[in-house]
Design a binder for this molecule. Structure first.
Ligand SMILES: C[S@@+](CC[C@H](N)C(=O)[O-])C[C@H]1O[C@@H](n2cnc3c(N)ncnc32)[C@H](O)[C@@H]1O
Length: 254
C-alpha cells in the first residue's frame, strides 16, 4: 500500500512518464498503437461479457482511463463506425498530464476528456449508460465515494464494469502486509472486502470473470518479468502471481 493517494499518484505519473515521455521503461511495458488500443478495449469488453453491438447509442465513461485506456479503443471503433452513434467520456485525475505530455487521447465531438477524480465527477445525475473502470478501484483515494458517484451518474438500468486486482482470500489475514512491498496502490482488497463495498450501493453485483495475473497480463511471462532492469521489482512481479488475481465485475443500477 502506498503511504497515501498522492504518493501513489506520483508513482503512477512516473510509470507512464517512463514509458511515453522518457522512453525509459523496463522491458515489460511498451508503447502501443491504435491497433493495440482497439485490442485492449475488445479484450476488456470480452472479459466483462459485453457484446460490442450493445454499445450503439450509448454514453460510455472510462473512469481512470490513464493516458489511453479503453476510451482510446472505443473512440477509434466509434470513428470507424464499428460502434454507432455513441460517445465516450474519459476521466482521470492525471488527465492534464496525459493530455499535455502524452497526447494519445484527443478531445472531439465523440470524446470528452475530464480532469476529475472518480469521487467527484463533473457529470450529471442519471446520464451515463456504461462505466468501464479497469484497474482503478485500488488506485483511488476513497473507493466508497467513487462507487457512490458511479451510481449517481448511471441511468437506471445502467452498468458499472470495474476490474480490479484482488488478493487471494487465503491471504486475507496477511494482506495488510502487502503495503510494505507495493507503493503504487492505496488499497488492497480481497473478494470479500470489494464485494461488500459494491453491494452497499448496487443490488445486482456479479463476478463475470477471474484471471490469474499471468493470464490477465499476457506480457507477464517468466522471461519478460526477469528481463526487467530492476531485479527486486522483477521478483515482486513474479511473486504477485501467487498473491493477486484480476476480477471482472458487472454491477447493474436497477
Ligand atoms: C493502473 S492505471 C489504469 C489506467 C487504465 N484504466 C488502464 O487500464 O490502462 C490507474 C489509473 O487510475 C487513476 N486514478 C487514481 N485515482 C483515481 C481516482 N480517485 N479516480 C479516478 N481515477 C483515478 C490514475 O490516475 C491512473 O490513471
Amino acid at each position: 500500500m502506498a503511504k497515501d493517494w498522492k504518493t501513489a499518484q506520483n508513482h503512477e505519473k512516473q510509470f507512464w512518464e517512463n514509458i511515453y515521455v522518457k522512453n525509459n521503461s523496463d522491458d515489460i511495458y511498451r508503447k502501443t498503437d491504435d491497433e493495440g488500443w482497439k485490442q485492449f478495449a475488445n479484450e476488456v469488453l470480452f472479459r466483462h461479457s459485453v457484446n460490442i453491438n450493445t454499445l450503439n447509442n450509448k454514453t460510455i465513461l472510462d473512469l481512470g482511463s490513464g493516458p489511453a485506456g479503453v476510451a482510446k479503443g472505443l473512440h477509434l471503433m466509434i470513428k470507424n463506425n464499428l460502434i454507432k452513434n455513441s460517445n465516450v467520456i474519459a476521466a482521470d485525475p492525471l488527465m492534464e498530464f496525459y493530455k499535455k505530455e502524452i497526447g494519445i487521447l484527443k478531445e472531439d465531438e465523440k470524446l470528452k476528456l475530464l480532469s476529475n477524480k472518480g469521487e467527484k465527477l463533473d457529470i450529471m445525475d442519471n446520464s451515463v449508460d456504461i462505466i468501464i473502470s479497469t484497474n482503478v478501484l485500488d488506485h483511488c483515494e476513497n473507493p466508497d465515494d467513487l462507487i457512490n458517484e458511479c451510481f449517481r451518474i448511471l441511468k437506471p438500468g445502467g452498468i458499472f464494469l470495474p476490474s480490479v486486482h484482488l488478493a487471494y482470500n487465503y491471504l486475507s489475514l496477511v494482506s495488510p502486509l502487502i503495503k510494505y512491498f507495493d507503493k503504487n496502490h492505496p488499497h488492497h482488497f480481497t473478494s470479500f472486502t470489494i464485494e461488500k463495498k459494491l453491494k452497499n450501493k448496487f443490488l445486482n453485483v456479479k463476478v463475470i470473470n477471474k484471471f490469474s495475473i499471468k493470464h490477465d497480463q499476457k506480457e507477464f511471462t517468466f522471461i519478460n518479468i526477469f528481463r526487467g532492469k530492476n531485479f527486486f521489482r522483477s521478483l515482486k512481479r513474479f511473486l504477485s502471481n501467487f498473491i493477486l488475481y484480476t476480477c471482472y465485475f458487472q454491477c447493474k443500477k436497477n
